[in-house]
Design a protein around this ligand. Structure first.
Ligand code: TRP
Length: 460
């Protein structure tokens, strides 16, 4: 099967890896991974997480790249074209449609949290963390959450930043952005790590993250690890498929995916170790703080250590970069679709979709203040409802469909043609995992995501 037309390809070698790693590394790694590790027993959780990345994440990521690169089109047109070629039902195009929609939904609330990091970077630079205690730090955070105008301003700015990159196009926008921001992100992370080793409670932190106790292995932790492995690699909604459409045919899919997965995991682990080293070095605060770890606990640590002003600023600038290279991947599938299907200029397409997502995000801004009492889905506020629909339902559903489609529907010759640069054992190992293990594992994620809510509704 030939591509429909000459399609944009990343200009430089390594750009796909940077773009995919940029998409993968985000708030999930720096904000969420450390606190769910803290809540689920440290080393035991890390082990289960690594297992899920290998068994679920890597095979599905390969499948997404393959689909995008084979069709050289955005996820909606790519799935349509592959269906036709494979003689499969048109119904499979749901993968593309659901992906574009999931991207809009995730961006809508992701950008609200990303907006907080803009406020916190400014606060760090302003020296507002100096001498913070647990209570004053909590008050600072509560103050932000209560101020809907301020949150709205940062949410709008983050969406505008996302639109700006997408509007510039694939090579001038996305590619330049990741080539500039990803190396900077790595440098900032190394500075943090260096400082954590020198000044933090590094050994305690290492022990906390990696000491493995059998009794800490839990089914609940395993479920959280499964769901997170999916989110952190940006799977299930076509982001990686869209980026894969720009990947040169000569690049090995298997090797690339392993590099992306390793980089993503390394960033999460290093960020976690550094964060806990700071937390353990500060008396009176604890690592098990949950979602408040980054916005309440960590500023206390920064405000009470030498060079805290610099290190705090470095930290939050790094988080902004990580979030920014993630949000662009959430909108790219939709922008590419409007551009390739209707010839809409990318500037118009990104403003249009960015505005829709911004609008959906208003509810998330207000769910922390004016609307905090309003319930949308089964007792959940607006923010949690959006997160639930997108992360717990749409992403795993997309993931199962991608695994089943690539595993069962695509003919071997298509896949072999595209995997000609892989060693034979990659194919032999990957196909059965994709056919059987990945879908079952993702169905478990889906079931566990929905079941508690279903049960609560039925019991009522
Ligand atoms: N992976 C990113 C993170 O960890 C979030 C993200 C970006 C994402 N694009 C995605 C999640 C696509 C799911 C699907 O923060």
């Amino acid at each position: 099967m030939k591509p429909l037309k000459q399609h944009t390809i990343w200009g430089l070698r390594g750009s796909f890896i940077l773009a995919a790693t940029g998409s993968a590394v985000g708030l999930g790694n720096i904000w969420k991974f450390p606190y769910i590790t803290g809540e689920n027993g440290g080393g035991a959780f890390v082990l289960m997480y690594l297992f899920c990345i290998a068994l679920i994440g890597i095979p599905i990521m390969m499948a997404e790249i393959l689909m995008g690169r084979r069709a050289r089109a955005n996820p909606i047109m790519a799935t349509a074209e592959l269906c036709e070629h494979a003689g499969a039902s048109k119904g499979w195009t749901a993968i593309g449609w659901m992906g574009v929609l999931a991207g809009l939904l995730i961006l809508s609330f992701y950008s609200v949290i990303a907006g907080w990091t803009l406020e916190y970077a400014l606060a760090a630079l302003d020296g507002k963390f100096a001498g913070l205690t647990g209570e004053t730090s909590q008050a600072l955070f509560d103050g932000l959450l209560a101020d809907s105008d301020l949150m709205l301003q940062w949410h709008s700015l983050f969406i505008a930043m996302t639109i700006a990159v997408l509007a510039l196009g694939v090579t001038r926008g996305l590619e330049s952005a990741v080539r500039l921001m990803m190396p900077l992100l790595f440098v900032l992370l190394l500075i943090l790590l260096g400082y954590a080793i020198k000044e933090g409670e590094f050994a305690t932190s290492l022990r906390f993250m990696f000491s493995f106790k059998l009794e800490d292995l839990s089914w609940e932790g395993a479920q959280i690890a499964m769901g997170h492995s999916f989110f952190t690699l940006s799977l299930g909604m076509g982001a990686i498929m869209a980026y894969g459409a720009y990947m040169p045919s000569s690049q090995s899919v298997g090797k690339t995916v392993v590099i992306v997965a390793i980089l993503d995991t390394l960033v999460a682990l290093v960020a976690g170790v550094a964060i806990f080293a700071f937390v353990f070095a500060t008396p009176g605060i604890s690592p098990g703080a949950g979602p408040g770890l980054m916005f309440v606990t960590l500023p206390v640590a920064f405000g009470n250590m030498g060079a805290g002003l610099v290190i705090g600023s470095v930290f939050f600038v790094m988080v902004i970069l990580a979030a920014w290279t993630s949000t662009i991947s959430l909108l790219e599938p939709g922008v590419a679709y409007l551009n390739e299907r209707f010839g809409l200029h990318r500037i118009v397409a990104s403003i249009l979709l960015g505005t829709i997502s911004w609008f959906i995000g208003l509810g998330s801004v207000y769910s922390f203040n004016d609307w905090s009492e309003l319930q949308f889905l089964w007792g959940k506020n607006y923010f949690d409802s959006m997160d639930f629909i997108a992360t717990n339902i749409m992403l795993p559903l997309g993931g199962v469909l991608i695994a089943l489609f690539t595993g069962w529907k695509l003919r071997d010759e298509i896949i072999l043609h595209d995997l000609k640069f892989e060693s034979a054992w990659v194919f032999r190992l990957w196909r059965p995992v994709l056919k059987f293990i990945s879908p079952i594992a993702v169905l478990v994620i889906l079931y566990n995501g929905i079941f508690p809510v279903l049960r609560a509704v039925l019991v009522e």
